[in-house]
Design a protein around this ligand. Sequence first.
Ligand SMILES: Cc1ncc(COP(=O)(O)O)c(C=O)c1O
Length: 375
Amino acid sequence: MKLFDVYPLYDVTPVTAKGITLVDDKGETYHDFYGGHAVISIGHSHPHYVKRLKEQLEQMAFYSNSIKNPLQEALTRKLETLSGCADYQLFLCNSGAEANENALKLASFHTGKAGVIAFKNSFHGRTSAAVAATDNPKINAPLNLQHQVDFIPLNDVMAFEQLISRGDHCAVILEALQGVGGLDEPTSAFYQFVAKKCREHNIVLIADEVQSGFGRTGMFFAFQHHGIQPDIISMAKGMGNGFPVGGILIHTHLQPSLGLLGTTFGGNHMACVASLAVLEVIEKENLMENAAKMEAYFKEKAGKIPQVQKVKGRGLMLGLEFEEEVGELRKRLIYNQHLFTGGSANKKLLRFLPALNITANDIDLFFERLKNELA
Ligand SMILES: Cc1ncc(COP(=O)(O)O)c(C=O)c1O
């Protein structure tokens, strides 16, 4: 048997990891400024995270959603405290795509409609409705194209108004700060307009916070920078610091009924503890404040590099835009400088998605090594 060959791989095999440091099978050290695509929120093998997971594993790893699991309640309470999202209910699942799939499905149940409005350059995952709401025809199979999705550019008020006047949409799905698309965001005024119109037309507003949530942008959720209140918020990536956890926060005006949604693995004991450990560390180590502080430091340093055309993003969801495409640069950064960085649909954007507890010294190291490759 061999692996189904869908991932273009770098020739590196990390075997241990601590903080932002990875060590490969040859004993070489690497620095992780990619976080496995915004997943590593509190650093690899954070001691509190390891302790909590080990203890839970020894106690009980899993049972299905047919029994009471107080860890789910504990996670709900902690999420409310840290996010400030009080009037919401939590449904747990296993990935970002699954979170969005459930969000879209709920919107459709709630309104009885099927149309979805999404934005140009969006990425919402690879399952049925989530991939249909993703602006990338290459990853949509004919099966997925049965969904009714309309894509509009960010900030296009006219296009939005025209679409909603049709009356056949159940949801608007947005990334407050686009991730895979390349760190674009519209004005707050545009988002506030969209939120207002959704309320008026009974359209469910879904904020996809799979990448931008859990403190990554310096606030708990990226939509909080724009003063809007979505009906559903989807989460995953940083939620479990590598343990697969996803979820949606559903506003209390959307009511559950038994059997409406479900999953075998979602909300299992290990997943809840992984996410609780992440939230405990974010709170104890003030990681949202650190993300905002490190953003300012990063932007100041980036501004001094002549080859950088634009610095994009917020918190520790950042990117440097160059005149040239960055694919080769990313390879050189890994192989020559031992730095992991990220890419995006915008081929000129080098992405920076480290753990939220990085320090100014880590950022200094990043820029020193980047400069070596730009010289
Ligand atoms: C904004 C956003 N939504 C959804 C997803 C899909 O998440 P997953 O790969 O966990 O299904 C991603 C993944 O990159 C994402 O960035």
